[in-house]
Design a protein around this ligand. Sequence first.
Ligand code: FAD
Length: 117
Amino acid sequence: KLENATLKAELGRATWKFLHTMVARFPDKPTDSDRKTLESFFLLFGRLYPCGDCARHFRGMLDKYPPQTSSRNAAAGWLCALHNMVNKRLEKPTFDCTKIGDFYDCGCGDDKKETDK
Ligand code: FAD
C-alpha cells in the first residue's frame, strides 16, 4: 500500500498532542512507581506506534536520550526536546521549550489527583 502523508501527519499531530498533554499532568513529585510507569509507557510506545519508520527513529532517540522522569518539568522538557529533534529532521520549525508552561491543558480541571483510585 502507498504511504499517505496526510494521514501520517494527522496521526503525528494527534499523538504529539496526547503525549505532551499526558506529560503536562505528570506529578511534580513522582513516586518511584510513577517514574517507572512513565518510562515503561515510552518504551512500549516506541514498540507500538503504528508508523514503523517513526517508531524506529523514536526508539533510536530513546536509546540516546532515556525518558526523564524525575519531575513534571523534567519530563515535559525531555519530550519537548525529542519532538524538536523530529522537527529538525523533518525541517519543521522548532518549539521554544521554555514556553511550554500551560500550552498543553487537558481541560479536565481539578479532577481527582493521581493518587486517588
Ligand atoms: P507536529 O510536529 O505534529 O506538532 C503539532 C503541534 O505541536 C505544533 O503545531 C506545535 O504547536 C506543537 N509543537 C511543535 N514542536 C513541539 C515541541 N518540541 N514540543 C511541544 N510542542 C510542539 N513523521 C515523519 O514523516 N517521519 C517520522 O519519522 C516521524 N516520526 C514521528 C515520531 C513520533 C513519536 C511522532 C508522534 C510523530 C512522528 N512523525 C513523523 C509525525 C511528525 O512529527 C508530525 O506530527 C507530522 O508531520 C505533522 O506535523 P505538524 O507540522 O502538524 O506538527
